[in-house]
Design a protein around this ligand. Structure first.
Ligand code: SAH
Length: 383
């Protein structure tokens, strides 16, 4: 049975009403005018809606007490302010939380909350599935792919805030301090919606997470990298994973289109990259593939002159994955070479292993469970 077919029945669920979440002030003003607000008052109405949606996290028009009852009723007739459904929520022993979010058409995406000592990062997905087919990544094996709307991207942050009880959006003692666009999918292949969603996350009168605390991770869509810096000022992370084109061509096939030299060039030109805004180079440790001392030395040469840190990620295996994770000693040796060259190179501790926190795994696990539930149901009905 085709795995994608298991999500078709839910794909028939379409939202009843257009959503206000995801709209910026201009769109909110138009939405108010569309239900009868005077055009001259559109801007004021938009500011009120913006506040209720993105600062207070209102999930019902009834909560929006600064807006007249009559106006609230008109808005509620036409628009929706709810959230997506949570298909599954899990909490790891280490505090990592993972939500499998069911979008209005039944598609599933993952959002992961990773608390650390000095920060807590929310990992948000920009796409359902991914078109990139990086060989070590589970998401690339999943058949169902589409872009998320700006509403579905910023909606993941809002849903996490609901779950963590973190409204209104006050600046102190935040539970979510950082956001990374690093979940399923390639953010720079969904550029406009990602930029719109980032604008909403960064807006000071709303969710208000500083652009310095928002990182976009890309496998290297070179033509969009500089533009991202200009348009958003977000921090940049590059999934480098190899130092030579012949290796990177295999594990990150996008490299055949945008080879390493071009990618590094775009990093050198990234707007605002300075010591305070270092570029993160992600490097997944694959045994015998990219983990030699030579690789480490070449990595240091590649990033020379770029304010950078290197994030070494132990490969997180999945059923049927063609690689193994490098040994601990190999990773330590690799890290030491990068460190000695003056780059911070933390080894990312695997988080949430007990809840399958690696990219794409919760979704696949859930599809597998549904598949087996269906086969059981079929077997029972045939008996
Ligand atoms: N497309 C974007 C963001 C999604 S992937 C990008 O490529 O950056 C997020 C990060 O997880 C990437 O660095 C990716 O290479 C890494 N990753 C994917 N699968 C992994 C696995 N099985 N083990 C370790 N890291 C993985």
């Amino acid at each position: 049975m085709n795995v994608a077919s298991t999500i078709v029945p839910e794909a028939l669920r379409v939202p009843q009403k257009p959503r206000l979440v995801g709209m910026d002030r201009a769109a909110l003003a138009e939405a108010a005018v569309a239900v009868g607000e005077q055009r001259a008052k559109g801007k004021m109405r938009a500011n009120q809606l913006f506040h209720w949606l993105y600062f207070r996290g209102a999930r019902s028009f009834d909560d929006m007490t600064t807006i007249s009852k009559e106006m609230r009723a008109k808005l509620a007739e036409v628009y929706d302010v709810g959230r997506e459904d949570i298909a599954r929520a899990q909490v790891s022993a280490d505090g990592t939380r993972k939500w499998l979010v069911r979008l209005a058409d039944g598609a599933l995406v993952e959002t992961v909350y990773i608390p650390d000592e000095d920060r807590a990062t929310l990992c948000v997905s920009p796409q359902v599935g991914c078109t990139l087919t990086c060989r070590f990544c589970h998401t690339g094996t999943q058949p169902w792919v589409r872009n998320l709307s700006a509403a579905e991207i910023v909606g993941q942050v809002m849903l996490a805030r609901d779950e963590l009880g973190e409204w209104p959006s006050l600046p102190d003692d935040r539970m979510i301090t950082n956001i990374v666009l690093m979940g399923m999918g390639e953010p720079l292949y969904n550029y406009d919606n990602v930029v719109a969603a980032l604008g909403l996350m960064m807006d000071n009168e709303g969710i208000a997470i500083s652009r310095r605390r928002i990182t976009v991770s890309t496998a290297g869509v070179v033509p969009m990298i500089g533009k991202l810096g200009d348009d958003t000022g977000a921090a940049l992370a590059i999934s480098l994973h190899a130092t030579r084109d012949e290796v990177r061509d295999v594990i990150v096939p996008l490299n055949k289109k945008y080879p390493i030299a071009e990618l590094m060039d775009s990093c050198r030109r990234y707007p605002g990259s300075a010591n305070s805004r270092r570029i993160t180079f992600e490097y997944v440790m694959l045994k015998g593939v990219n983990d030699s001392e030579r690789d480490a030395r070449e990595l240091v040469q590649l990033i020379a002159g770029i304010p950078a840190k290197v994030n070494l990620i132990p490969f997180n295996p999945w059923p049927g994955s063609p690689y193994e994770c490098s040994d601990e000693e190999t990773i330590a040796r690799f890290a030491a070479i990068v460190n000695r060259a003056g780059y911070s190179s933390p080894v990312r501790t695997p988080r949430g292993r007990d809840i399958l926190a690696a990219c794409g795994q919760l979704k696949s696990d859930s599809l597998r469970q549904r598949k087996s539930a269906r086969s059981t149901a079929l077997a029972t009905s045939q008996n």
